[in-house]
Design a protein around this ligand. Structure first.
Ligand code: ARG
Ligand code: ZN
Length: 490
């Protein structure tokens, strides 16, 4: 079964990661992700983040905003006895750490905050770590060269996106996709900064806005499990509108700068927003009920802000400018595949991007566009010599290729190949069953292959091997001379 082979392929990486984690900065540091061995922390499981950020805009432009005294309270359960524990945190200044209300010693080391509670935490115990911190968050450059984390907005605001590891630039956290938790985020902003109104947007539903003098505290609550990479904060001159979309309360935040840009931009925004309800309903019918308590979109003025790409931030995707309909559809499909059903480790990223891309094809097929089958057939004709085919989506060589085109497109083709093999009835049952059975959970490629095989009642080894693992064009012969390598791994 692919399962075993895929796991075997990853084994050396996992070993390296484990050793790195042990040799690394300390106790239970490093969650063991093959691509980001330093991120995440074993030894505990976070249940809830209670975050209070005090945002201070820059005094002039260009300039970066800062966080004044802020706190993160992290409610977790120890999975081992913990004489100490670590959180992921990049930059910023830590003023004080408490564990269960008692002052704890702490130390910064690289991208970790190491905490030594006054007494060891026993395995199985629930405990709360409170970190008081401040400073000017800085973005990170991803392995693929794009910027993530806390990015400066244009007009004194900021926008935070965290895939894969940017959230640690503004929040001490267990930064790995397998440790999901609920979030409460209170973001205090001055009502005006640099002459502009400021508002703060985040995940989930808006629980309230507390106006105190010249400051307002925006309180957002994400009450379903969320991976840290899907947490977001957007601060700026947004128009925030609440309405319903797809039967769910939805908040739409649009950068006022875009609204001033003229009728063409405004109609683009309107068309995008109008697609949200139908897309949520469409995927709800296909994959099962929408998994979250709120919806919406955040549209920032991309070029002014340093945001370069759209992200499926949980419940409320973030876009760097007015999104095309297909992009909205893509990010909304991620709410099922990626956000509710999340890969346990980053090398399985095609379970996000392949599924979201295939969802775009399905949406188009059912809304007057070409069929997924014809999109597939056309792509299938691309010559084996093209780079288009690499890397194979189930065998991403490293973090630099996490978001390679093939992860998206060949990942989606894998699903169409499966559909052609098992037929529509079984295929749609697989997609829906996968989304429902793993709701709010974490998954692997091997589990998907097994799940599909069980639903189809037959071996699908050859198909998944060919589409997910074989370098070059699947069954393409000439191209990478690859079939031999797949065979050699048996
Ligand atoms: N997951 C995002 C999407 O919807 C893309 C994130 C890109 N991130 C990056 N570091 N290049 O496709
Ligand atoms: Zn995507």
């Amino acid at each position: 079964v692919l399962g075993r082979r895929a796991v075997l392929a990853l084994l050396p990486l996992l070993l390296v990661a484990t050793v790195a984690a042990q040799a690394g900065s300390g106790p239970a540091s490093g969650g063991g992700d093959p691509f980001f061995p330093g991120a995440g922390n074993g030894g505990y499981d976070v249940r809830h983040y209670d975050v209070r950020l005090a945002y201070l805009p820059p005094r002039s432009l260009p300039g970066r905003g800062r966080l004044g005294p802020s706190t993160a309270s992290i409610d977790a359960v120890a999975t081992a006895r913990l004489p100490s524990l670590s959180l992921d945190l990049v930059g910023l200044r830590v003023d004080r750490v408490e564990v269960d209300g008692r002052r704890a010693r702490f130390r910064r080391e690289g991208r970790e905050l190491e905490v030594v509670p006054s007494a060891p935490i026993e395995a199985g115990a629930r405990f709360e770590t409170t970190v008081r911190y401040r400073g000017a968050p800085r973005p990170l450059t991803d392995p693929d060269g794009s910027e993530e984390g806390w990015l400066p907005g244009h007009s004194g605001g900021a926008v935070a996106v965290g895939e894969p590891i940017g959230t640690a630039t503004w929040l001490p956290c267990n930064n790995e996709p397998s440790d999901k938790a609920t979030f409460s985020l209170r973001i205090a902003v001055p009502e005006r900064g640099l002459g502009r109104r400021l508002r703060a947007v985040s995940n989930g539903r808006l629980a309230g806005v507390d106006r105190r003098g010249r400051r307002a505290v925006w309180h957002w609550v994400a009450s379903r499990p969320m991976a840290t990479y899907l947490a977001t904060v957007a601060i700026g001159d947004f128009r925030v509108e609440k309405r319903r979309a797809g039967g769910v309360p939805a908040w739409f935040a649009i950068d006022a700068g875009l609204l001033r840009r003229g009728p063409a931009t405004r109609s683009l925004l309107r068309r995008g927003i109008r697609a949200v309800g139908p897309a949520l309903r469409f995927f709800g019918r296909l994959y099962g009920r929408y998994p979250f308590e709120a919806a919406g979109t955040t549209v920032v003025d991309g070029p002014g802000a340093k945001l370069e790409y759209a992200l499926e931030t949980q419940t409320r995707p973030t876009f760097p400018g007015p999104p095309r309909r297909s992009l909205i559809v893509h990010e909304l499909a991620h709410q099922w595949f990626g956000n509710s059903v999340t890969p346990r480790i980053w090398p399985d990223i095609w379970l996000n991007e392949g599924f979201a891309t295939y969802s775009e094809w399905l949406f188009r097929e059912r809304h007057g566009g070409p069929s997924a089958r014809s999109v597939f057939a056309k792509l299938r004709r691309r010559p084996p010599s093209e780079r288009f085919w690499n890397p194979p989506p189930g065998r991403v060589p490293g973090p630099r290729e996490l978001f390679a085109g093939s992860v998206y497109v060949r990942g989606a083709m894998t699903l169409e190949a499966l559909r052609l093999e098992v037929g529509d009835g079984i295929f749609f049952g697989i997609l829906r069953g996968w989304a429902q059975r793993n709701r709010y959970g974490n998954v692997s490629t091997a589990e998907f292959a097994e799940f599909a095989e069980r639903r189809a009642g037959r071996q699908l080894d050859a198909l998944f091997d060919r589409w997910l693992l074989e370098p070059g064009k699947p069954g393409g012969g000439a191209g990478a001379g690859a079939p031999a390598r797949v065979a050699a791994r048996r």
